[in-house]
Design a protein around this ligand. Structure first.
Ligand code: LMR
Length: 399
């Protein structure tokens, strides 16, 4: 039956982890996948999450199915965390369903667009973007196009062309925006630039779809990281939003996220949720419970909420320190290139500017793993390996 099934390509991000696992070199370093590590290179359970787990364990809860829309206490606080207190919340104008992390939220949102969006089903994603965005959009039946985002010469936002491309996109296009900590470039719009992006999107009657995978993880402050999203909502835009709690709670495997969409009325919210449930039921029936319980417990327990803010600062602070340390070490090694962009970028990743050959050499010659576009996960650096990584980067960028 399946003789015609061709072998698929390995995923450009997950495939790097597979290669890393096969490498037996002792000093190997994984800067591929975006997953937080502590200064010893180990996965980190947030203290706020550890306490929430204790509370949940001691409550002796059952393992019944969640409803398809998910855990209500989680949905409410997750939306509040993203949008802040706003009329859309008090007027029941946010339709939300729990999702299988950010990917699941994007998938539900795009399936919803495909089924109900009354205009052409074209989504514009930044160039470059997280590689999975295109997979999800394509498998959801949307046509994918790109808008300019990054200028390799300035190593900054290509803002002029970004605005031009969004302006030239056919009216009523869907525009995917990274809410903060753009993956892979680490370049976010400034507040003024958010306002300009918003103006063009509104003028062209586009619909913004925010992907917020790093709220609080980027700056350490969840409100600051939600600036762009909240600006759009305040200006009365109907947005779609995918939230992930993988990075900001360290809950990678729990697959906990939320998809939401702003509606015009409470009645519209009820109708939208009813349809999202139909989509979810056919895809996975109902979402997993544990991550929802953890996030809900942290966000709804004042003491844990405070601790979570400290945890965010621990993670974002260590990442900022590692950015600076890597740039310093590269200077110490005598690299003639300017690496300052690594210190200035934001979020989990640095977009180093290494080309695919250099990235490939870094892996095969130095056992330092990264995606071929030159993206490194700063979270994989620590005080013990940063010098080794700097030496390796220097060695593949000489000449
Ligand atoms: C990444 O970009 O490395 C992370 O978002 C993990 C993933 O699923 O790709």
């Amino acid at each position: 039956f399946w003789t015609n099934v061709p072998k698929g390509l390995s995923d450009p991000i997950l495939g790097i982890s597979e290669a890393f696992r096969k490498d037996h070199y002792q000093r190997k370093v994984n800067l591929g996948i975006g997953a937080y590590r502590d200064d010893d290179g180990n996965p980190w359970t947030l203290p706020s999450v550890a306490k929430a787990k204790e509370i949940i364990l001691n409550s002796n809860l059952d393992h019944e199915y969640l409803p398809t829309e998910g855990l209500n206490t989680f949905r409410k606080t997750a939306a509040l965390l993203a949008y802040g207190q706003c009329p859309e919340i008090s007027e029941n104008r946010i339709a939300s369903v729990q999702s299988l992390s950010g990917t699941g939220a994007l998938r539900l949102g795009m399936a919803f667009i495909n089924r109900f969006y009354p205009h052409h089903k074209v989504i514009y994603v930044p160039k470059p973007t997280w590689t999975n965005h295109k997979n999800i959009a394509r498998d959801s039946g949307l046509e994918v196009r790109e808008y300019s985002y990054y200028d390799p010469d300035t190593k900054g936002l290509d803002f002029y062309n970004l605005l031009r491309d969004i302006n030239e996109a056919p009216r009523n296009s869907i525009i995917l925006l990274h809410a903060c900590a753009h993956n892979p470039t680490g370049q976010d719009p400034t507040q003024e630039q958010w306002a300009e992006i918003h103006d063009v999107i509104t003028r062209r009657q586009h619909l913004a779809f925010f992907d917020m995978a790093y709220q609080g993880f980027a700056s350490g402050n969840p409100d600051d990281d939600a600036y762009g999203l909240r600006y759009f909502v305040k200006e009365q835009n109907s947005v779609l939003l995918a939230q992930s709690f993988a990075k900001n709670f360290g809950l990678y495997a729990e697959r906990i996220g939320l998809f939401s969409v702003i509606t015009d009325s409470s009645a519209e919210t009820d109708r939208a949720v009813s349809q999202l449930k139909i989509l979810g039921r056919a895809m996975y029936s109902n979402p997993p419970l544990y991550g929802a319980r953890i996030v809900s417990t942290v966000l709804n327990t004042p003491e844990l909420y405070k601790q979570w803010h400290k945890d965010l600062l621990t993670m974002s602070g260590r990442i900022k320190d590692m950015r600076v340390a890597l740039v310093e070490k590269l200077k110490e090694k005598g690299s003639r290139h300017n690496w300052n962009h690594i210190a200035n970028q934001i979020g989990m990743f640095a977009y180093t500017g290494l080309n695919p050959d250099q990235s490939h050499n870094l892996m095969t010659k130095n056992h330092v793993y990264l995606t071929l576009d030159g993206r490194i996960s700063i979270a994989g650096l620590n005080t013990k390996n940063v010098e080794y990584v700097a030496e390796a980067i220097d060695s593949v960028t000489r000449n």
